[in-house]
Design a protein around this ligand. Structure first.
Ligand code: RIB
Length: 300
């Protein structure tokens, strides 16, 4: 089975700072780097490093050629990554002394997807293949409709949470992967259990994973009408940079589902992959390889 990720690619302009810049403040950064990133690209790399066969579709803008090379070096098929004349999407990221980040996004090339490109891309995929989406590209509702018509199974990571999600038919999704803030924004419930109950009432066929930062993660998988729940504690590690940790979790979690691993194994592996990633700087660059994840798990 193939995995298609129609997603963003960003150049991440990363600034290490003592604290996040405040309104009206001018702050000197300790260092600056330009890294490969974007939720789409990060998730494709994580899926591929987890062992999945991945196609990354989207738009490659001016200045973004190194991002295509990086995907290819990671074994990701880029046949449906098409050039556009816009500037490459990018992100300005502050990383503070605790390894936390705050991110300002500029969509650029990532917002140039056309109906025609989506249709031609989807035509290369068959019913049962998996489509992975985030909310950093344009026209999500159209992509979901067309992929559903074609019989693809659809996973949505609705990040960042904004108006681009309006009009997405959640009834056509198989999995929703969110952090606790997005779970609250979508359901109106701060408590993850209550958020799940709300989402399940609204969309009974939808499986949901909520990542909870240092509190771990919890998932509810709907299979043939019944629900399996599993809660995974986070592995406690010193964080250098949390950028891309959620994308690492997503890629490894989906990699596990594609191998038909039990839910608890998918979450354990994803949790370890994410714990390894936060101990390194960068987004895509911090994603561990499968052998490292397995080795770390075997040492527990
Ligand atoms: O999830 C991390 C990513 O969010 C960064 O790589 C940045 O590009 C933004 O898309």
């Amino acid at each position: 089975m193939k995995v298609l990720n129609i997603g963003s690619l960003n150049l991440d302009y990363v600034y290490h700072v003592d604290h996040f810049v405040q309104p009206g403040e001018t702050l000197n950064a300790d260092s600056q780097m330009v890294n490969p990133g974007g939720k789409g690209l990060n998730q494709s790399v994580a899926l591929s490093r987890a062992g999945a066969e991945v196609w990354h579709a989207g738009c490659l803008g001016k200045g973004g050629e190194s991002l295509k090379t990086l995907l290819e070096q990671n074994g990701v098929n880029t046949r449906w990554l098409l050039p556009v004349s816009e500037l490459q999407g990018n992100a300005v990221i502050q990383v503070n002394a605790q390894g936390q980040n705050c991110i300002l996004l500029f969509g650029g090339s990532n917002r140039c997807l056309s109906d025609e490109q989506v249709e031609k891309t989807l035509a290369d995929f068959a019913p049962g293949d998996l489509l992975v989406l985030q909310n950093e590209v344009n026209d999500l509702p159209m992509i979901v409709e067309k992929a559903y018509e074609r019989g693809l199974r659809i996973v949505l990571n609705p990040s960042p949470y904004d108006a681009g999600l309006a009009g997405v038919d959640f009834g056509k999704l198989d999995w929703l992967l969110v952090n606790e803030v997005e779970a609250r924004q979508l359901s109106g419930c701060a408590d993850p259990e209550a958020a799940w109950e709300h989402l399940h009432r609204e969309t009974p066929g939808l499986s949901v994973l909520i990542t909870l930062g240092s509190a771990g993660s919890v998932a509810w998988q709907v299979k043939s009408g019944s629900v399996e729940q599993f809660r995974q504690a986070a592995f406690s590690v010193p964080a250098v940079d949390t950028t891309g940790a959620g994308d690492t979790f997503t890629g490894y979690f989906l990699g596990g589902l594609l191998e038909d691993l039990p839910l608890e194994d998918c979450m354990r592996r994803a949790s370890m992959a994410s714990a390894l990633s936060v101990q390194r700087p960068g987004a895509a660059a911090s994603i561990p390889r499968r052998a490292e994840v397995e080795e770390a798990l075997s040492r527990l």
